[in-house]
Ligand binder design. Structure first.
Ligand SMILES: NC(=O)c1ccc[n+]([C@@H]2O[C@H](COP(=O)([O-])OP(=O)(O)OC[C@H]3O[C@@H](n4cnc5c(N)ncnc54)[C@H](OP(=O)(O)O)[C@@H]3O)[C@@H](O)[C@H]2O)c1
Length: 244
């Protein structure tokens, strides 16, 4: 996720890792430098936490005394846990997806609503402006962040699987894989833009393509009978169920 964010911002970063060398590779790619956690904290106006949730307290113990502000993309660390770990530094809980790398991401922002931790509104505006450069930012009540993540965070994997299934099916009918991939993926991208242009009204877009008794109607019927809706419900149940 750190690499996707840094690529999306397209600017030098000070970064760190736990010894793998990935930070040095990232700094070599986008500019900046690979340094220790403490140096990242000392040299930065904003530290973006991209480690695994389980490392929250270890990393906070190391750098909390030096950070000026923190943005976290950690999946299962609440805004309150984050604020407590880094108090008194201002903290922000966000959830991006990997298309941030190409500035087509969605970033969910879950503000902390706690009287003991009043929001620094000016800094919040700056942090959101930074993440807005990566796509669009959607502010959400934190209790909805899990189901949101279950569609937008994991979504790039779902869309890839859907594309792969369609490509494989088309290849069985004689299309070359690279041509099939282009047809499928460009159709996904174009359909996404069209759906957004129609105010996210998927039914309208679907009806526009579907003549009564026609080929699209037959294809949709096959998908429905194969359980496509049930499959997505089962997927979100698994993702949210395993988080809670
Ligand atoms: N993947 C996604 O699509 C996605 C989307 C939204 C949010 N997230 C969140 O993003 C976070 C990272 O996920 P990921 O998939 O990018 O995981 P990842 O590939 O395992 O990257 C985690 C990075 O954290 C570094 N790290 C671990 N312990 C550290 C420490 N003590 N000090 C400094 N760096 C440390 C690791 O260093 P090494 O390289 O040395 O191991 C690694 O580079 C998770 O909290 C996840 O919930 C992920």
């Amino acid at each position: 996720m750190a690499r996707a964010l840094a690529r999306g911002w397209g600017e030098p970063v000070m970064c760190s890792d736990s010894g793998s060398g990935r930070a040095a590779a990232l700094a070599a790619e986008v500019g900046g430098g690979a340094v220790s956690n403490v140096e990242v904290a000392r040299q930065s106006d904003l530290v973006v936490l991209c480690h695994k949730p389980a490392q929250l307290n270890v990393v906070a113990a190391e750098i909390a005394g030096d950070v000026k502000a923190v943005a976290s993309v950690l999946g299962s660390v609440s805004a309150l846990e984050l604020a407590r770990a880094y108090r008194p530094a201002p903290t922000f809980r966000l959830m991006p997806n990997t298309p941030v790398e190409v500035r087509k991401g969605i970033v969910c922002y879950a503000p902390l609503c706690d009287p003991d931790h009043p929001v620094n509104v000016e800094l919040e505006r700056e942090v959101l402006a930074l993440f807005c450069r990566l796509g669009s930012v959607v502010t959400l009540d934190e209790r909805l962040l899990d189901p949101a993540t279950a569609v937008m965070g994991v979504g790039p994997a779902y869309q890839s699987l859907l594309a792969e299934a369609q490509v494989d099916a088309a290849v069985r009918y004689g299309l070359k894989p690279e041509i099939a991939a282009r047809l499928v993926v460009e159709t996904m991208a174009g359909s996404a833009e069209l759906i957004a242009h129609r105010n996210y009204d998927t039914l309208t877009v679907r009806r526009e393509v579907t003549s009564p008794g026609g080929s699209t109607a037959r294809g949709l019927d096959a998908l429905e009978r194969s359980g496509v809706r049930g499959a997505f419900q089962a997927a979100i149940d698994r993702v949210c169920g395993e988080r809670s």
